[in-house]
Design a protein around this ligand. Sequence first.
Ligand code: GCO
Ligand code: MN
Ligand code: MN
Length: 389
Amino acid sequence: MADAYAPKPQHKFTFGLWTTANPGRDPFGEATRPALDPIANIRKMAEIGAWGFNFHDNDLIPFGESASERDKIVKNAKKAMKDTGIVCSMATTNLFSHPVFKDGAFTSNDAAVRAFALQKTMHAIDLGVELGAKIYVFWGGREGAEVDLAKDPIECMKRMREAMNFLTQYVKDQKYDLTFALEAKPNEPRGDIFLATTGNMLAFIETLEHREMVGVNPEYAHETMAGLNFTHHVAQAIEAGKLFHIDLNGQKMGRFDQDLRFGSEDLKGTLMLVRLIERSGYAGPRHFDAHAYRTEDAEGVWDFARGCMRTYLVLKEKARRIDEDKEIAAILKEINRGDAKLEKLSRSYSSENAKKLKDAKLDADALAGRKLPYERLDQLLNEVILGVR
Ligand code: GCO
Ligand code: MN
Ligand code: MN
């Protein structure tokens, strides 16, 4: 569809190799689609207008593959990139599929498993950098517990910190141009996952040795599973200068991790998210971490992928309309009431300001009576979404 909503590399859309290669397997049923070769996957992403692809080490190189086979696959990936212009924007480690990680990776109670996780991650970082990745994501799917007695949660925080300090130093030593983005999730596959929300991650990052190299990779589905407002979490990350990457998808609140097509649920919330991202100056990838319904066949996967990008661009256009709407602007102006005299006193502390503020005449009843026309505001927003405004 070559119209105003056709995705182009400049939009910086990316997909994980695991997203479009998802074969439709779930805990109750086998795959419903054939396996997709990673090189064909990369080429197809480029063809439909994606700017980049992301991958877990084992999405590209099967676990335990020989060095010569690894080099062959890397060569083919580089050729696909050269032929199509697609870039590798992010890489990550699969620290969840192999049974060795059944009780965690960096937070495992077993020192040898923790060492193996570091070793695997260093190799995967080398691979990501070789393909040009500038961002490295950490999603600790197995870093959690079902039996709290078995895992000391304070010790697990310390182990996680040790791993991050070790790996940031490794990146510095290698002189790699790479930053880390930590991705939170409340549960699944573990009963509870440590560092459950983006807010937890932001606090944890401040305790790291090379915190300037580490930001977050919030995912729409993950905060939504926990019943939280995803846009607010992204906003906090932006304000802290820590939005390094983002995982976009769709999710019904409070359910299992559904990883639905972007915009397939909560269009209004999703629009607020796109508006936030676009107004923030965030220049990183718009990554879709989602997959096609299990009911789709191999071809339907690409309807899913096209749908994610198209919906993003439509919502971006809707966001522009909202910001150009005169009635909406008038209401926003009305409710954002400045007061130069009072703000001079309240915006920064001095003993003199404090004293003046304590004596200031502020009529709470009069303030409470000020108009806040949110019914009208939200209706206008709905009408933009519904396409009648
Ligand atoms: C999930 C996660 C993963 C990660 C991916 C990259 O819930 O399965 O979102 O898809 O994003 O492993 O680290
Ligand atoms: Mn997810
Ligand atoms: Mn994700």
